[in-house]
Design a protein around this ligand. Structure first.
Ligand code: XLS
Ligand code: NI
Ligand code: NI
Length: 438
């Protein structure tokens, strides 16, 4: 690599829990085995191109604060390629095995679609080289169909058919490059697929268009031979008042209604779950139970701000509960733990990008180890199993097997006369038990 963007930072290594070196892992020991599998394979950590390379720290009250020498503001192909090199230097030094992008993080919007495509292609070719040189792989790609003013009314759900076509053109090209770069999946997050007011919105028509759009994507996937999963990333609001993919359950309903379920998995994001008024583990459970837990976007929100603040995940309870669900559903196959997270506006140095990812990776590695210990201990699992034991035989089993009628239930209840022997749910005990492992 010719130019160095992080000259003062070397390769980040594992030094163990006793280390006080801020630029070292204390818990993420990539090759250590947990449940017989190296931690790195459990996590499949990914860094995002958008927050990491393009985030400036700007908010609605002030402009950017971050030192990002690769963002020159030129919007040229040269700048885009230098930025890609800076990113791969970052990912390599951090030892993060995967990354994710939006098409328009990589390259600029250009003056028109043709120009945007040309720059995207040039960067795509460079990424292919960089991936080969470093071994860093693409977890997933996606199309940024929400920043450009043309998407003000939505993309696939715009009231304007021309806009739908622009969105389709972007997804088509983003799928091409995801495929070309060996992407493990392709994600749809409906940035502006929702509404601000129902007074001007034909919701049914918009949802039909979204269904059509995704069917066209499935057809194109088959056409180019892209075999890895499509994922939908639920989020309830922001930027719109109501996003159509509002949570895991509503995504599942949408996919079923439009005959798309067999083609999609879900990418569950912590902060999105919280915005939906749900916990991360709830969303993971909904996705996992339906057999579509594909990947996660790892971050966290702020208890006092009702916004997708995308903070780095540093809460052990969160990561432990998350990894408990992930392990329960068999771990990641194509997905991984993708840090859709940004450093705070006040954390403006390049070094903070490393410190933040180290914090997130260490917190997740600890979460994994805690989850594995809880599973090995077995008390929690045994409690839940025991709680449902009346379903294992007798009338319970008959009901589960679909062999009982209302009349059978009535006969059973009349025979009993009353229910006796209900047991405590022991929530407080179980919470204290969970604490033993933190
Ligand atoms: C925004 C989403 C976005 C997706 C990718 O809130 O999290 O970053 O992950 O489009
Ligand atoms: Ni996300
Ligand atoms: Ni988000």
């Amino acid at each position: 690599m010719a130019k160095h963007f992080f000259p003062k930072i070397g390769t980040i290594r594992f030094e163990g829990p006793g280390s006080t070196n801020p630029l070292a892992f204390k818990h993420y020991n990539a090759d250590e085995l947990v449940e017989g599998r190296p931690i790195k394979d459990h996590m499949r950590f990914a860094a995002v191109y958008w927050h990491t390379m393009r985030g400036t720290g700007a908010d609605m009250f002030g402009g950017g604060t971050a030192n990002r020498p690769w963002n020159t503001g030129e919007c040229s192909t040269k700048e885009a390629i230098e930025r890609a090199r800076a990113f791969f230097e970052f990912a390599t030094k951090l030892g993060i095995p995967f990354y994710c992008w939006h098409d328009r993080d990589l390259a600029s919007h250009g003056r028109n679609l043709r120009e945007a495509n040309a720059q995207f292609d040039a960067v795509g070719r460079e990424l292919k080289k960089l991936q080969r040189d470093t071994g860093v792989r693409l977890l997933w790609g996606t199309a940024q169909n929400f920043v450009h003013p043309r998407y003000m009314h939505g993309a696939a759900t715009s009231c304007n058919a021309d806009v739908f076509c622009f969105a389709a053109a972007q997804v088509k090209r983003a799928m091409d490059w995801t495929h070309e770069l060996g992407g493990q999946g392709y994600v749809f997050w409906g940035g502006r697929e929702g509404y601000a007011s129902l007074l001007n919105t034909d919701m049914k028509r918009e949802l039909d268009h979204l269904g059509r759009f995704l069917h066209m994507a499935v057809d194109y996937k088959k056409k180019i031979g892209f075999k890895n999963p499509f994922l939908i990333e639920p989020k309830p609001k922001e930027p719109t008042k109501h996003q159509y993919d509002s949570d895991a359950a509503s995504c599942l309903n949408f996919l079923r209604e439009y005959g798309l379920l067999e083609h999609f998995q879900l990418n569950i994001e912590v902060n999105h779950a919280w915005l939906a008024g749900k916990t991360m583990e709830h969303e993971l459970e909904v996705a996992g139970a339906a057999g579509v837990l594909g990947s996660i976007d790892a971050n966290m929100g702020d208890y006092f701000l009702g916004w997708d603040t995308d903070q780095f995940p540093t809460d052990l309870y969160l990561t432990a509960k998350t990894m408990l669900s992930v392990l329960k559903y068999g771990g990641f196959k194509h997905g991984g733990v993708n840090f859709d997270a940004k450093v705070r506006r006040e954390s403006f140095s390049e070094e903070d990008l490393f410190l933040a990812h180290i914090a997130g990776m260490d917190t997740f590695a600890r979460g994994l180890k805690i989850a594995a210990k809880i599973r090995a201990d077995g008390r929690l699992d045994a409690f839940v199993r025991n709680r449902y034991r009346t379903w294992d035989s007798g009338i319970g089993k008959k009901i589960e097997d679909g062999k009982a009628t209302f009349a059978d239930c009535e006969r059973h209840a009349l025979k009993l006369g009353n229910v006796s022997g209900l047991e405590s749910g022991r929530q407080e005990l179980l919470e204290a038990m969970f604490n033993e492992f933190i």
